[in-house]
Design a binder for this molecule. Sequence first.
Ligand SMILES: [Zn+2]
Ligand SMILES: [Zn+2]
Length: 258
Amino acid sequence: MRIELLPSTFDERGVATLDQRLTCFLVDDCVAVDAGSIAIALSDEQRSKVRDIIVTHPHMDHIASLPIFVDDLYPSLQEPLRVYATQEVVDLLERDVFNWNVYPRFSDLKNDYGPVMEYVPIPIGRPFTVAHLQVVAVPVNHIVPTVGLVVSDGQKSAAFSSDTAETEEFWKIVNEMKGLDALLIEASFPNKMAKLAEVSRHFTPSSLGKELQKLTHNGMDILAVHLKPTHRDTIIRQLDELNIPKLSVMNPGEIYCW
Ligand SMILES: [Zn+2]
Ligand SMILES: [Zn+2]
């Protein structure tokens, strides 16, 4: 399994930087988990392959360029882009984004080949299929309806926390997956911003350290993501100080393989 955290910022020479402002993971070059930077960071080849997009929640950093991605591909799509999300999240996307005001309601539109975008409502706690992957979604603890995901290709598996604070159900399914290869978990704010992390339902290195004690098995790679760019260096230092084996920070633009 290959996972890339797509870059969202580029320097003056066009080279991807390590700042993560938007969230979009690309699994095996064809399935997107969230869509923050999907329209700005895919290669042409990836763009021609990605037709399945799982949206964990409707916050802007996770969907920012999804409407632009559909727009870019509009004339050429020979099959609809499939957007997988809980019904609650689908309703929010339709109400707040694809509402004819912010952007067109692509789920009502067709090109010469047929529909260009369709929603696939996903169940909670039961496996569903996305391309070649088996996925299980469970609610996590964020200020809008949000799911964490466990994704498996039959051999390798990875868990995505999405945006969350202290949670229970996610750890239950993570702990049931004995052979889990990777855990991608958020660490948004430095310790001194614990108050803000609490009200916006995110982790700091300190609260993440406590949360990881809920893991009943270890050995998987733990990759911290969603570090606020302004505080990236501080968060990395504070994560290092936790001294948790195999915990590191995921770099945007790098391919991780298991
Ligand atoms: Zn969020
Ligand atoms: Zn976010």
